[in-house]
Design a protein around this ligand. Structure first.
Ligand code: NCD
Length: 305
């Protein structure tokens, strides 16, 4: 039985396969409409979500399956003090696959050790978010046509931004990739990611506190929200929250073929005046999430059509 806890649980070949299946689903969705008939997905979300939870549910419903779950810890027995291990030992007897989001790093890994069915990490604290990365990879393949040789700027909260950590892990496997890390001093990439996936692999990178200074060299600009819920100190959040705001002015410095990605939700970091710029692909990116999650659910349930 396979779970997906970390994006590196999938080989690059498996990621290519998932992208091919997602493309086929987009081309002929009716072929897949009964693929997961009589299968049940549980979404156990101990932390808020819009896109991730609803795209998982939409994915399972689009495959002809059913969904159940909860969308906040307060409406589960976690509020009575039940452990993740116990919750999963029980729920995994009710369903065929579980997508779990939790504020504690490592909770989905613990869950996978107690589960009778595959666990999908739908975001664990400031750690990882592998299904957002699958969504990001599908977006990059569609918008740029390749993974090799891309210069990727990651901007904003690189410390707590779990989507950034998983994307760096995944992209570090493709040849010729370069990273440009754009953040305030206080929100720099954690050393557990930088050392293992950039330095130890001799991947070229640079760090900048200025977006304007580096935007002109990027193929992809991946913007992120400052992760308010992971700050201990409200004042520090207020000081850092608007560190980077992407505007039309700044986009004039970018290449004509640079794409702007964002896992969403956006707070302030991208001006809404950019939404109709063809280089802004964050809403298309959110839509891709449904199809790659359909492909992933089928893979973990060993279903082929
Ligand atoms: C991200 C997350 O939850 O980490 N959202 C998402 O899943 N698309 C990014 C964020 O919350 O800023």
């Amino acid at each position: 039985m396979r779970s997906l806890i970390d994006i590196l649980d999938l080989s690059t070949e498996e990621i290519d396969e998932l992208i091919d299946v997602a493309d086929d689903i987009m081309a002929q969705p009716e072929k897949y409409q009964d693929a997961c008939r009589h299968k049940i997905l549980a979404t156990l979300f101990f932390e808020p979500s819009t896109r991730t939870r609803l795209s998982f549910e939409s994915a399972m419903l689009s495959l002809g399956g059913s969904v159940l779950g909860f969308s906040e810890a307060a409406s589960s027995s976690a509020s009575k003090g039940e452990s993740v291990a116990d919750t999963v030992s029980v729920v995994s007897g009710y369903v065929d696959v579980i997508a779990m989001r939790h504020p504690k790093e490592g909770a989905p890994l613990v869950a996978s050790m107690h589960s009778l069915v595959p666990i999908i990490n739908a975001g664990d604290g400031g750690h990882y978010h592998p299904t957002q990365t699958l969504t990001d990879l599908l977006t990059i393949r569609h918008e740029k046509g390749r993974f090799d040789g891309l210069t990727i700027g990651l901007c904003g909260d690189l410390k707590f931004g779990r989507t950034v950590h998983s994307l760096i892990e995944a992209m570090s496997r493709y040849p010729g990739v370069k990273f440009v890390l754009i953040s305030p001093e206080e929100l720099k990439l954690p050393s557990f990611v930088k050392k293992e996936f950039i330095k130890d692999k001799n991947i070229p990178y640079e760090q900048s506190t200025s977006l304007e200074a580096v935007i002109g060299k990027l193929d992809i600009l991946y913007m992120t929200r400052v992760q308010k819920e992971r700050f201990f100190n409200e004042e520090e959040y207020l000081r850092l929250k608007d560190s980077y705001i992407l505007t039309k002015e700044k986009m004039k410095l970018a290449r004509e073929d640079m794409i702007v990605m964002h896992p969403l939700p956006r707070v302030n970091e991208i001006s809404t005046s950019l939404d109709d710029d063809p280089r802004a692909c964050y809403f298309r990116q959110a839509h891709y999430g449904r199809y790659i999650r359909m492909a992933l659910i089928m893979k973990l349930l060993n279903i082929r059509v």
